[in-house]
Design a binder for this molecule. Structure first.
Ligand code: ATP
Ligand code: MG
Length: 427
């Protein structure tokens, strides 16, 4: 019988996994990466590029490079989300049959399932690179994808030549990958701030039984929105200094978005980041208009705060569903020695703590390793599809716990909010 692969078909990145030698593992691309961008580019020579190369083409040929379609799949052409995407997308989005959505590239139109199928075919190709035949898959989707979105994802699988064995919720997949086989009894929160969607799911794990206590999410909230906010800030600055509106030219705005993502990622590791935007436009006498753009982490945190607030609102909702009382706190803390050694004027950082306590004790004493009787909620941020769970980065405590974020240094991957490593250790 042929192998079954697991595919995390992300808005921004896709991961393909398979069981090899009895262990589930994310499979590497030719260049050794364990994920590839969910981007499809239609080249003038007729070829269809998928992944890293396609992402590069976005900078030169945005009109024929399609990305983030997961945000639109299964939605009606009249929906708010599609309207938003049309207003900012460099590729053409058209109305299809039954109020569906089509995208246009190089004179051809494609359904969103067809676009996703190119990404899934790439996943299949990676899995088959060892010579194995792969024609069955389990594909993950955000927990609150509706039936239409799930069906459209399934269709994409069929077009890619995969029999879709199951459509699995992303946080359930995360919890399975985290807890399966460990036999632990614990309650976890899966907090997945991805490229396009945000999900939070609270689960009880008891041996091989995984009980979803609550799930909530926003299918239009993610890193893409942070990039957009930064790119808009750049465009405003550009308009002010050069009297040129970068938003009016979609190809130019694509370059701003790419630089915005770069800034955001760099700010996860440093306090300030600068990019040089060259030849964005040409002024009097053909003189190229260049622009350096700098941003501090504090500025980014302020810019992204409304998006983080939305994510925390979703967390509150999940807590309510699970009949757990959330205590959400945000606090500014000085950085002490750090500030002076870095020589920066940054005086504080926003730390988000998210604690939970059961509204009432769960019948049977609840779960956990002895903390449950006093309402401990062990939480850890996690992301399905790459690397292992950083259990060393989470903390449980009496009467509540702090959700930390995935990453070796407590920095979230899908969100630019940074936790200070030392603070994580102290907390
Ligand atoms: N070091 C980093 N710091 C901050 N953000 C990062 C970093 N690395 C990647 N990102 C952001 O993470 C997002 C992609 O995350 P992820 O791969 O989890 O999304 P996805 O699974 O494709 O999307 P979704 O789950 O929403 O469908 C992008 O917005 C990307 O810019
Ligand atoms: Mg994801």
């Amino acid at each position: 019988m042929s192998a079954v692969i697991g595919i995390d078909l992300g808005t921004t990145n896709t991961v393909v996994a398979a069981v090899r030698d009895g262990r589930a593992m994310a499979l590497p691309t030719e260049t050794g990466e364990r994920l590839f961008p969910s981007v499809v580019s239609f080249h003038p020579n007729g070829s269809v590029l998928v992944g890293r190369e396609a992402k590069r083409r976005r900078l030169q040929d945005a009109a024929n490079t399609v990305y983030s379609t997961k945000r639109l799949i299964g939605r009606s052409y009249d929906s708010e989300e599609v309207r938003k995407a049309r207003s900012r997308s460099a590729f053409v989005i058209q109305e299809g049959p039954g109020r569906g959505v089509l995208v246009e590239a190089r004179g051809e139109t494609y359904t969103l399932s067809e676009i996703s199928a190119f990404v899934l075919k790439e996943a299949k190709r990676i899995a088959e690179s060892t010579g194995e035949v792969v024609d069955r898959a389990v594909i993950t989707v955000p927990a609150n994808f509706n039936d239409l979105q799930r069906a459209a994802t399934k269709v994409a699988g069929h077009i890619a030549g995969l029999e879709v064995q199951r459509i699995l919720n992303e946080p359930t997949a995360a919890a399975l990958a985290y807890g399966y086989g460990k036999g632990n009894q614990e309650r976890i929160a899966v907090f997945d701030f991805g490229g396009g969607t945000f999900d939070v799911t609270l689960l009880d794990l008891a041996g091989s039984v995984f009980e979803v206590l609550a799930t909530a999410g926003d299918t239009f909230l993610g890193g893409d929105d942070i990039d957009l906010a930064i790119a808009e800030r750049m465009a405003e600055r550009y308009l002010k200094t050069h009297r040129y509106d970068a938003r009016a030219d979609r190809q130019v705005f694509e370059r701003l978005l790419a630089s915005a993502e770069e800034i955001k990622i760099r700010l996860s590791a440093s306090d300030v980041a600068t990019v040089q935007l060259q030849e964005i436009a040409f002024g009097v006498g053909g003189k190229s208009l260049d622009m350096p753009f700098s941003m501090t982490r504090l500025e980014l945190e302020q810019l992204a705060a409304p998006l983080v607030d939305r994510a925390l609102g979703v967390c509150r909702e999940a807590m309510g569903i699970a009949r757990l009382a959330p205590i959400l706190r945000s606090s500014h803390r000085g950085r002490g020695n750090d500030t002076s050694s870095a020589g920066s004027s940054q005086s504080g950082r926003v730390f988000w703590t998210f604690t939970a306590r059961p509204v009432e004790r769960r019948r049977g004493g609840g779960v956990g390793s002895g903390h449950s009787s006093v309402g401990a909620f062990r939480a850890t941020s996690w992301r399905y599809g790459s690397a292992k769970i950083p259990t060393k980065n989470h903390r449980s405590g009496i009467g509540g716990a702090t959700i930390l974020w995935r990453g070796d240094d407590c920095r979230p991957r899908g969100c630019a909010f940074a936790f200070d490593t030392t603070a994580c250790a102290r907390r």
